[in-house]
Design a protein around this ligand. Structure first.
Ligand code: PLP
Length: 354
């Protein structure tokens, strides 16, 4: 298998053709001219060549047979949870990961007769809850706790009980974690984060190896119309070749900033999974955290993560995560490490000793 940057650069491209661009432009279509018996290519809610090229790229990077692109990460989550659960099924979801997932489970699926088990993101809790489950949804690394789960160990337990394992790998991207190769049945991610990486797109996808799973997910998308615009998907595909270099720089920044934060003695509990752009740390309280966010000049106060511009937020402002008021989720961009560290640590010194 080729290296990450090679794969990300060439994935989903049609191959050289005389006089043709490397990446064909977006195809805008509602109906196409289509005579005779109706086929899927006849209408734009069913299929679009711009999606198909990006889906081929995602499938290749995830080690999947197929991928289905959605209008957002949450549309992709719903595109797995809704078609793959029935009344009487047992669904396991994390209690401390992306909040929208458990809200669909507890507010909508539970009311429709699905038994929902909400667990902490630890290997032990998931394995215990997986007993008798038809679908286990896990997020690793988890957001915002940054816990890393043992996917292959969990897959064994889930499969022994006849269930399916779905992994939300948004924080890792398929260059750092390939859940299907580790035994999961579904790899899902929000493409709004590091995958597209420029803080200007909202997209998501589901990748799988089993044709029945792919058909169920794609069928759901067609039926509900949770489809992305071709221009957004084209931009996402255009962003893919730089994924490896963006990640390398973001990770170099995360490693260096994490080290500088630990050495500063000004923050608690610096966490970084060892890959990806996101690290976390804890400031003494809400006031110090907000003043620090205001005092930085390179770090945008913003939710989300994985973009080329560094950003951070006080995660407790959402009220959906079990974190202390001074908990900061920090997303490293691709600025120069020295500039980023000087800004972050300088602002910390200002607000903690000023
Ligand atoms: C952002 C995010 C989602 C939801 O994705 P959207 O594109 O915002 O709908 C799901 N899971 C994780 C881990 C996320 O970070």
């Amino acid at each position: 298998m080729s290296g990450d940057s090679t794969r990300a650069t060439h994935a989903g491209l049609p191959g050289a053709a005389q006089g043709e661009p490397f990446l064909p432009g977006p195809t805008f279509q509602a109906p196409t001219h289509w005579a005779g018996d109706m086929g899927p290519a006849g209408y734009g809610r069913m299929v679009n060549p711009t999606w198909t090229a990006y889906e081929a790229a995602l499938a290749e990077l995830e080690g999947a047979t197929d991928a289905v692109v959605f209008s957002s990460g949450m549309a992709a989550v719903a595109g797995v949870l809704l078609p793959l659960t029935r009344p009487g099924d047992v669904l396991v979801v994390p209690g401390d990961a992306y909040p929208g997932v458990r809200t669909i489970a507890t507010d909508h699926l539970r009311a429709r007769g699905v038994e929902v088990r909400v667990v902490a993101s630890t290997d032990a809790a998931f394995r215990e809850a997986a007993e008798g489950a038809s679908l286990v949804w896990a997020e690793t690394p988890s957001n915002p706790g940054l816990e890393v789960l043992d996917i292959s160990g969990l897959a064994e337990v889930v499969h022994a009980g006849g269930g399916l394992l779905a992994i939300d790998g948004t924080l890792a991207t398929p260059l750092r974690q390939r859940a299907l190769e580790l035994g999961a049945d579904v790899a899902m991610a929000s493409a709004s984060k590091g995958l597209t990486g420029h803080s200007d797109l909202v997209l998501g996808y589901v990748a799988a190896r089993d044709a029945e799973v792919v058909d169920a997910v794609r069928g759901w998308r067609t039926l509900t119309g949770a489809i992305p615009g071709p221009f957004e998907v084209w931009l996402a595909h255009r962003s893919l070749p730089t994924l490896a270099v963006r990640l390398e720089r973001q990770e170099a920044n995360a490693a260096a900033l994490g080290e500088a934060l630990r050495r500063s003695g000004l923050v608690d509990d610096v966490r970084w999974p060892g890959f990806g752009s996101v690290l976390s740390f804890i400031l003494p309280d809400q006031d110090v955290a907000q003043r620090w966010l205001a005092a930085t000049t390179l770090v945008a106060e913003a939710t989300s993560f994985g973009g080329v511009h560094s950003s951070a937020e006080r995660r407790d402002r959402w009220g959906t995560d079990d974190v202390p008021p001074g908990f900061i989720r920090f997303s490293c961009g691709i600025e120069d490490s020295a500039d980023l560290i000087a800004d972050v640590i300088g602002a910390l010194k200002n607000v903690t000793t000023g």
